[in-house]
Design a protein around this ligand. Structure first.
Ligand SMILES: Nc1nc2c(c(=O)[nH]1)N[C@H]1C(S)=C(S)[C@@H](COP(=O)(O)OP(=O)(O)OC[C@H]3O[C@@H](n4cnc5c(=O)[nH]c(N)nc54)[C@H](O)[C@@H]3O)O[C@H]1N2
Ligand SMILES: Nc1nc2c(c(=O)[nH]1)N[C@H]1C(S)=C(S)[C@@H](COP(=O)(O)OP(=O)(O)OC[C@H]3O[C@@H](n4cnc5c(=O)[nH]c(N)nc54)[C@H](O)[C@@H]3O)O[C@H]1N2
Ligand SMILES: [Mo]
Length: 769
């Protein structure tokens, strides 16, 4: 594979011809053009499969809506390329380990169950029955049930996830680390504390009636392209779109310039105006505090004039708790701390506050720029504070909207993939199946890796995902995997995690993707998923599986559970034969799922509801809780007085889906044919005596004596605050210390890593991507 490396600023608008061209290129490059086209046509229709891309909702108005990156996700899965036993006979694990993440997944779909042979360093075919027996042997040899970790990635269906948690809890553990621990955990934790429910309060059509949409720390042009449609429609109706993003992101920027209508004739064309603020990394809590400070001043001024003020005092009185303490905290926060913390001027924040004040209905959305910092829970709660002051909850066109990542990550949690499950769910599960579920909290992702490093874990099973590449501190995560006796990976494609085997055994279990037909004993099965707006709907694959040896996730989980626990506790095989049996169990154990099977027939799915949107708050006070947390003094209290030259964020390029690398371009940021780049302010570059195109090493500054460094990153001058850097994940994951995670969220601080730069001395032999 040869790639032309180039940096060339992208001048067109986001969406448009560029995406259509890229989409068709992907469709025709994947050796299955016709099948892919047919797949795209079915995506998101009432019957057909749910897009395995992001968790944005479907507007049931257009017959089908897909975006460039959804198309990539589908075609990547629907490839005809395969990695079969011959491939593994040819390539040893050490040889494959030397390849890039791009190379590994590009080889195609896994077709056979495989078992690692340490004597030959090769994966070899194994029968399903032998694989299940081996898993059972390892699990039966454990001293206690907490010696297993059951990881989940957010693509797994509701049915597979629910069955997986039942298996774990019947085994006796709550060790359910999942990708959400590295993702929106702070949103769940923060919102639960503030409004009693860890999910967004709005529905997709609320975007149509919003007067303003504040988008914090999110890059929808790449990661939620269908959200651009909602933003465009909102803007057409006159809504202001106000962006807070450290980087100038093209997908958002064009919205920022009212003089520049999107140039091409596509569904994206249209004139969208907004404001664009560039806080420094981790500066959003201070920015929102600044807005509230300005609004409080205005409230008091108005109050003196008309006795009412601008806040929704009735809502505050009836539905909230703690406003006085919060406003005292706002008074106690000076402008100096606000501007220093946010990197924005008082004038900019007053301007943003004025837009907010003059908008009757406001939606606040956010993603990883908010959730992957040390003080993320407080930041989420600060956004909630702002919305509570104005009663923006449960009103049409207004509310809180964490925009989820993986297409069913919200559903996984609803199904009980949670290391700290609530008592009501465990009670329901225990009563329904007649057993006593474990009550001890289990491990989140960071805790799971730490436990593996302490040799406390014997078995790791991953239901999707790529833990070795997605988790922080890559060398330590890889060591952790090697300290498990058995690792088992239920996967569609080959990835780095498979190449770091456990010390006794490792299995790769090939699974069907969401786009594929899932035939079981009682016929073709559908699964269900939940989007960011709490809509649950059915998804039925149509593609013909590549191999008769691939099994569905649900069937694999049932097979493992049956081998380990036997059929006395539950009829695992019966559930795998007919997923509607699982849905009946879900209906019996989870609120909101009554008549689940019947509700699946509704086109577009059904709404799970959101208590906070109905002004019912499941908090200790029974009301929405203001949070009076102070602004953090520093992002790195662990570092004391150490000078931190740069703060680095790790983010996604346009051609990737998390650790899946589709290609080496990042079109909107003007990067082509390469991924080892670091974005830097031109003046910072000059000050360091460095030039565009120079190669640099990036080293983390931390307090544990471990050297964390990545080498040979090309400097790209960019519109980014002074002192801030950006580079792609997962290449930079070795830089994120395992011990650096969010307060109360445990999420690795992937958006604020303290680093220094130095020119690369020796040119390392670069591996592509
Ligand atoms: N095509 C595609 N789609 C995806 C994914 C993918 O990899 N590819 N991943 C999926 C998943 S799992 C997730 S979680 C989502 C992720 O969706 P995003 O959160 O959009 O993903 P990131 O690329 O991490 O981008 C973070 C954005 O926040 C900004 N940012 C970073 N730090 C800060 C900060 O401190 N303050 C502010 N205001 N801005 C900041 C960055 O400049 C960047 O624009 O996307 C999902 N959808
Ligand atoms: N530095 C840094 N690290 C990060 C982040 C960051 O912004 N910066 N983001 C974090 C976030 S938000 C997330 S969500 C995590 C993602 O962490 P993960 O969810 O663990 O990683 P993915 O890259 O999404 O997983 C890709 C793999 O999933 C498998 N797969 C794909 N489809 C299916 C399927 O349908 N079924 C099954 N069983 N397997 C499938 C394939 O084998 C593929 O190789 O990474 C986190 N890590
Ligand atoms: Mo995510």
């Amino acid at each position: 594979m040869k790639f032309k490396r180039q940096i060339k600023p992208y001048r067109a608008a986001a969406g448009g011809w560029g995406s259509l061209e890229a989409t068709t290129r992907f469709v025709f490059d994947s050796k299955a053009a016709l099948k892919n086209m047919r797949n795209l046509m079915r995506m998101n229709k009432a019957r057909g499969f749910d897009c395995p891309g992001c968790a944005w909702g479907d507007d049931n108005k257009s017959t089908f809506s897909f975006c460039e990156n959804g198309a990539k996700a589908v075609t990547w899965e629907a490839t005809r390329r395969t990695v079969d036993p011959d491939f593994f006979a040819q390539h040893s694990v050490s040889r494959l380990y030397a390849e890039s993440d791009y190379f590994l997944e590009y080889q195609g779909r896994l077709t056979h169950p495989l078992s690692y042979n340490p004597d030959t360093d090769h994966y070899e075919p194994v029968s399903w029955e032998d694989a299940f027996t081996l898993i059972a042997q390892h699990i039966h040899a454990m001293d206690n049930p907490d010696q297993i970790e059951l990881y989940t990635s957010g693509r797994a269906s509701n049915e597979a996830s629910w069955l997986y948690q039942l298996f774990g809890r019947m085994l006796g553990t709550n060790n359910f680390p999942d990708c959400s621990n590295m993702c929106h955990e702070a949103s769940g934790t923060g919102l639960k504390r503030s409004i009693g429910v860890g999910k967004g309060t709005i529905r997709l059509d609320d975007f149509e009636s919003a007067d303003a949409i504040f988008v914090f720390g999110q890059n929808p042009g790449t990661n939620h392209p269908r959200m651009l449609h909602s933003l465009r429609h909102a803007a057409e109706h006159g809504a202001s779109i106000v962006t807070f993003n450290t980087l100038r992101e093209r997908g958002l920027e064009r919205f920022a310039d009212p003089q520049n209508p999107l140039e091409v004739v596509t569904p994206m064309a249209g004139k969208i105006s907004s404001s664009y603020y560039q806080p420094r990394l981790g500066g959003d809590m201070a920015a929102v505090r600044g807005m509230v400070k300005a609004l409080l001043e205005e409230h008091r001024r108005q109050l003196a004039l008309d006795g009412e003020g601008i806040f929704d005092t009735q809502f505050i009185r009836e539905h909230t708790h703690g406003v006085d303490a919060y406003l005292a905290a706002v008074d106690a926060t000076g402008w100096e701390a606000i501007t220093a913390g946010s990197g924005l001027s008082e004038e900019e924040l007053r301007q943003a506050a004025a837009i907010y004040q003059h908008s009757e209905r406001v939606i606040c959305t956010w993603a990883m720029g908010i959730t992957q910092h040390k003080h993320s829970v407080d930041t989420v709660r600060e956004i909630a504070n702002l919305q509570l002051l104005f009663g923006q909850l449960g009103k049409k066109g207004a509310g809180l909207c964490p925009v989820r990542g993986h297409s069913n990550v919200q559903g996984n949690r609803t199904m009980g993939i949670d290391e700290k499950p609530g008592a009501p769910f465990l009670d329901a599960l225990g009563t329904h199946f007649g057993f006593e579920p474990p009550r001890r909290a289990g491990h989140n992702t960071v805790e799971a890796i730490e436990a593996m490093l302490r040799d406390e874990i014997r078995v790791l099973i991953t239901l999707g995902g790529n833990l070795a590449a997605a988790a922080p501190d890559s060398p330590r995560t890889e060591e952790a995997l090697q300290r498990c006796g058995l690792t088992v990976h239920i996967s569609t494609k080959l990835n780095r995690t498979h190449l770091v085997p456990g010390y006794e055994n490792s299995l790769i279990l090939p699974t069907l993707g969401r786009t594929e037909r899932d035939m079981q004993r009682t016929g073709s099965q559908f699964i269900t998923v939940e989007d960011s707006f709490s809509m649950v709907h059915a998804s039925e694959g149509i593609g013909i599986p590549l191999s008769e040896h691939q099994r569905s996730e649900t069937a694999i989980v049932a097979g493992i559970a049956n081998a380990v626990l036997g059929r006395e506790k539950a009829n695992w095989q019966g559930m795998a034969d007919d997923y509607s049996v699982i849905r009946d169990h879900i209906a019996a154990t989870l609120p909101g799922f009554d008549d689940f099977n019947q509700k699946c027939e509704q086109p577009g799915g059904f709404y799970l509801g959101n208590a906070a949107a109905r002004h019912v708050f499941a908090t200790p006070s029974g009301k929405a809780e203001f949070s009076a947390a102070p602004l953090p003094d520093t992002l790195f209290p662990q570092l004391g007085n150490t000078t931190v030259p740069f703060v680095l964020q790790t983010l996604r390029s346009h051609d990737q889906y998390n650790t899946t690398i589709y290609g080496l371009d990042d079109r909107y940021r003007g990067v082509y044919g390469q991924r080892r780049v670091v974005f830097i302010h031109p003046e910072d570059m000059a000050e360091q005596g460095m030039r565009e195109g120079d190669k640099v090493d990036i080293e983390t500054l931390w307090n544990d004596g471990i050297t964390r460094q990545v080498e040979g990153f090309v400097l790209v001058p960019y519109n980014i605050p002074r002192g801030n850097l950006a580079a792609y994940y997962p290449e930079t994951n070795p830089l994120v210390p395992l011990s650096s995670f969010g307060d109360d969220s445990g999420t690795p601080t992937s958006k604020s890593i303290p680093v220094k730069l130095s020119l690369t001395r020796q040119q390392p032999s670069l591996r592509i991507a």
